[in-house]
Write a protein that binds this ligand. Structure first.
Ligand code: GLV
Ligand code: MN
Ligand code: MN
Ligand code: MN
Length: 405
């Protein structure tokens, strides 16, 4: 991504290629309100200001860049700049860079009938405070602000403290119907997190649906003790219960067609090589096209956890941290965009997005751009330059359709 023609998506992404790069994990670690994410926000607001857009940050830390008077029937596009730990370069920033390029294209085309804006949502990944799409869930009132403000990151910093450090007033965090009412329609462009477009041989798709997905925290408690002095028969080791549980979770998900269950994070306490852990926390992410099946799989996981913890003389608790029901995007808008984009294919996704939250409140659509590795949430996530430009053009065409109809 170097020496790209100015004004392209690739050139914009090249400007941020060093921000938040993570030499330890590989890829990018850009947690919300970290130095890296602030730097990305400044990069975005700089570009928005250069284009004459009016920039504001709302009470929930969502950046809005307006062309025209804000609302009430504005056409809005946007995505996020935060990342998972060790994530790729495109999940989030591709949608923001494409929005800037699409706005340039709309200006060149002289499209101006209706106001438009680019929105940057904070904590889409939930990688710092554990609740994905936190910005859009606060905006829409899906998440209770008291609950959100009390969330803690891995260092014990509360979301309230992080908001205050970012210049927001925690007392004003929460549902913002006035801000929401400004959006007439919303379109999010995103790197595809899968192989659908590779298989179809197409650069861009329109989204149909998002799997129901949630996160559950499982805490196993045993007895901390000495690695050398404790007989194997005298142990209550939650790490062993956790290991058995990982295998059981995999088996349960494999037995359930279309289910996905992942434990990507596991924290033993105190975490010493020569210490039997006293406690293990692990987080399981479960997804399926049917919300009922998600909850049935979680119930089976609960039962397996209880049985396996008992086998090791441990106790267990399972707490739901978040749940996002299955999303079907507006079928009429989806079909309109398929036509606007010359018969683009339609694809579902297993990944969550702010568009999935906004969908319950405003007319919403998503575009996916081909990812030649099929890998996401990892450094090898990729988009080829011509596909990135095709995506921005598709976004401009979609926004023009919404603005002029
Ligand atoms: C976020 O991208 C998620 O789907 O978890
Ligand atoms: Mn994303
Ligand atoms: Mn993501
Ligand atoms: Mn996502």
């Amino acid at each position: 991504m170097t020496d790209q023609p100015a004004g392209t998506v690739s050139a914009l992404l090249a400007e941020i290629a060093d921000i938040g790069s993570d030499p330890h994990r590989g890829g990018y670690s850009r947690p919300v309100y970290s130095d890296a994410e602030h730097e990305l926000r400044e990069w975005f607001t700089g570009h928005a200001a250069k284009r004459g857009l009016d920039v504001e940050t709302d009470r929930n830390g969502i950046i809005w860049a307006w062309d025209g008077t804000p609302g009430p029937d504005a056409v809005v596009t946007g995505s996020h700049l935060d990342s998972v730990p060790g994530g790729g370069a495109f999940d989030g920033p591709l949608g923001i860079a494409s929005a800037l390029v699409a706005f340039d294209e709309l200006t060149t085309r002289g499209v101006s009938r209706r106001s438009r804006a680019i929105a940057v949502f904070p904590e889409e990944e939930g990688s710092r405070f554990g609740l994905a799409c936190l910005g859009s869930q606060l905006l829409t009132g899906v998440v209770n602000p008291e609950r959100a403000l009390a969330l803690k990151d891995g260092d014990g910093t509360t979301f309230a403290e992080a908001c205050a450090a970012a210049g927001l007033d925690p007392a004003h965090v929460g549902a913002d119907p006035e801000s929401l009412a400004r959006i007439g329609a919303f379109v999010e462009l995103h790197v595809e997190q899968g192989r659908g477009l590779i298989e179809l041989g197409e650069p861009v798709a329109v989204a149909s649906s998002i799997l129901g997905h949630g996160r559950w925290r499982i805490t196993l408690r045993g007895e901390g003790n000495h690695a050398g002095a404790t007989l194997m028969t005298d142990r209550r080791d939650p790490m062993v219960a956790a290991g058995k549980l990982l295998v059981a979770i995999q088996a349960l998900a494999r037995e359930t067609p279309e289910a996905r269950a992942t434990v990507g994070r596991l924290e033993p306490t105190p975490g010493g090589t020569n210490v039997i852990a006293s406690r293990v926390d692990l987080w399981v992410d479960v997804r399926h096209p049917d919300d009922v099946v998600v909850h049935a799989v979680v119930e089976q996981i609960r039962q397996a956890a209880a049985a396996l913890a008992a086998e090791e003389g441990c106790e267990v608790s399972v707490v739901e941290e978040s749940y996002s029901p299955t999303v079907d995007f507006d079928a009429r808008l989806r079909d309109d965009l398929v036509k606007v984009l010359g018969g683009a294919p339609v694809l579902g996704t297993g990944a969550g997005h702010d568009a999935g939250v906004l969908k319950n409140h405003v007319r919403t659509a998503m575009l996916f751009v081909r990812n030649p590795t099929g890998v996401s949430h990892a450094p090898s996530e990729h988009v080829e330059d011509p596909d990135a430009e095709a995506g921005a053009t598709a976004l401009a065409d979609s926004l023009e359709f919404l603005i002029t109809r």
